[in-house]
Ligand binder design. Sequence first.
Ligand SMILES: Nc1ncnc2c1ncn2[C@@H]1O[C@H](COP(=O)(O)OP(=O)(O)OP(=O)(O)O)[C@@H](O)[C@H]1O
Ligand SMILES: CC(C)(CO)[C@@H](O)C(=O)[O-]
Ligand code: BAL
Length: 286
Amino acid sequence: MSPSRTIHPVYTVDELRAQVAAWRAEGDTVALVPTMGALHAGHAALMEAAAKLAQRVIVSIFVNPTQFAPTEDLSRYPRTLEADLDRAEKAGAHLAFVPDAEEMYPKGFATTISLEGPALGLETDFRPTHFAGVATVVAKLLIQTAPDVALFGEKDYQQLQVVIRLGHDLNLPVRIVGVPTVREPDGLALSSRNVYLGTEERAAAPALHRSLQAAARAIIDGADIAAAVAEARESVIAAGFVLDYLEARHAETLAPIASRDEGPIRLLVAARIGATRLIDNIGVSG
Ligand SMILES: Nc1ncnc2c1ncn2[C@@H]1O[C@H](COP(=O)(O)OP(=O)(O)OP(=O)(O)O)[C@@H](O)[C@H]1O
Ligand SMILES: CC(C)(CO)[C@@H](O)C(=O)[O-]
Ligand code: BAL
């Protein structure tokens, strides 16, 4: 670890709780930013937003095995702890909680959260066990840290809605805050998985955001939602993606939505290019 760093990495729940208790004793409020590391400017935006909402900011860095299916990229998921600590410190975090799998899932671990509502469909159709793993680890992180506020990116929009629902349903005493997606200048949503993209794939990738924008504009201009969605699906496929889904959903419940009269609309996409799976989403407003 760099000797000049002031951010404090802790590895156990006991150390985490002791530090939070010390801050609480001084009257400080606490924000939690859960991540899987490989931190980029999107994560920095979450930590910067956290620093405006609480005096102390904790970033957790844990590549959670239970949210990956055996066929997914757990083993090759980017791990960049030293750079992450530097970035977290620059973004205003005071403590990095970096548990290992044994700390989070000790021998005999046998509890999983089961979900319906916003967890149904979309990601769940392609990653059936994903949100059970996310909800379980997020619940654990929230209980371990007991923050006043926890921040999640809109880039993982279905995850954000699942976590909001989880907080309500389990009466977790924490405010869940969503942070808008940070994008590259060409519109590609920042994601740790973007490092997997080859040159041609990277050049094609902004088509996801462009297609969503075109569909949103068409819907705002009065186009039929199903027709706008169908056109966006075609343009994603024409850009070289294999489409998992591109859907219009109610922005809060994530139920299917056929008309603007039924409530606020969110357009969500997941698509694969080469070996990389990307997700994105935008709101339809105007
Ligand atoms: N571009 C972004 N803008 C805003 N928030 C983001 C962005 N990318 C990730 N986040 C948020 O950061 C938090 C941690 O996400 P995670 O560590 O999985 O990063 P990621 O870049 O989404 O990685 P992945 O490639 O696994 O999707 C989540 O709440 C996520 O929504
Ligand atoms: C919320 C989260 C940290 C849980 O592992 C993860 O799903 C992520 O990084 O979005
Ligand atoms: N950002 C979501 C984490 C995952 O894809 O597993």
